[in-house]
Design a protein around this ligand. Structure first.
Ligand SMILES: Nc1ncnc2c1ncn2[C@@H]1O[C@H](COP(=O)(O)OP(=O)(O)OP(=O)(O)O)[C@@H](O)[C@H]1O
Ligand SMILES: [Mg+2]
Length: 243
């Protein structure tokens, strides 16, 4: 297994945002992580990426225990992530933002720029390279977030609602981009509320509810699972049923 997360919990005060969740991800997979708002998906990602380590449980990545490793150590080991709320250096150009990722493995500006240029072309942002990042709209920011993660040359990419807020046409383009990322040999875990995205991209879906995994399996089966539908009641059930 590329990633093995075992019995993770994350406690804030007396509240268990992640309450004993496990996830195995094999190399090359695209795993979809779904669940209603507040289910603990982003908190789980923060644990996996070292941004906020778990209270208990263990995480192994590429065979090494990284449970308490820093975000930078995770990145060096080949794990990249995007944030649900994009982290953009507003006053820097799009290319410079991507170079921030590339500096993880390249200390020279020219080398970082070469990596950034390649990633900008790959993500279709090349024509915006010199644009001030702060002037980008939602689709551009979401794509930039992915580009900066790719510039760290990851083995695994965690996407936290990287497609949220896009129009249906933009979502289709983003789905295409995620497929091309997988074709590069990058393993992907994607958190997404848009069921079309999960159904068309994920080979396996894992459902979070109240900090636990309540179902896992083929995306179509998972979406039809009565327990999953019940967990979504009052949240995203309509989207589930429509998909
Ligand atoms: N730093 C924190 N301190 C206290 N509570 C937190 C913290 N971070 C998250 N929580 C709580 O943990 C729960 C899970 O939040 P989380 O953001 O992981 O959910 P989510 O599944 O990503 O939801 P969404 O789909 O809305 O993004 C929520 O009740 C949230 O308020
Ligand atoms: Mg979230």
């Amino acid at each position: 297994m590329l990633l093995e997360a075992r019995d993770l919990t994350k406690v804030f005060g007396g509240f268990r945002a992640v309450a004993g969740a496990s996830l195995d991800v094999a190399e090359g997979e695209i795993v979809g992580l779904i669940g209603p708002n507040g289910a603990g998906k982003s908190t789980f990602f923060n644990c996996l990426a070292g941004d906020n380590p778990p209270t208990t449980g263990t995480i192994r990545f590429r065979g090494r225990d990284v449970t308490q490793a820093t975000p930078e150590a995770h990145a060096r080991a080949g794990m990249a992530r995007t944030f649900q709320v994009p982290v953009t250096f507003e006053d820097m150009s799009v290319a410079e933002n991507v170079m921030v990722g590339a500096f993880l493995r390249h200390s020279h500006r020219a080398a970082a720029r070469r990596v950034a240029d390649e990633v900008l072309a790959f993500t279709g942002l090349d024509h915006l390279a010199d644009t001030r990042a702060g002037s980008l709209g939602t689709p551009g920011r979401k794509r930039l977030e992915i580009a900066r993660a790719l510039a760290t040359e990851p083995v695994m990419l965690l996407l936290d609602e990287a497609l949220a807020g896009l129009t249906p046409a933009e979502v289709r383009l983003a789905i295409e981009l995620v497929r091309r990322i997988q074709q590069r040999g990058i393993t992907i875990v994607i958190v997404e509320h848009i069921m079309e995205v999960i159904l068309s991209l994920a080979e396996r879906a894992v459902v979070f509810h109240q900090g636990r995994v309540i179902a896992a399996g083929a995306p179509r089966d998972v979406v039809d699972n009565p327990e999953v539908v019940a967990a979504y009641l009052g949240h995203h059930m309509k989207r589930v049923r429509r998909a």
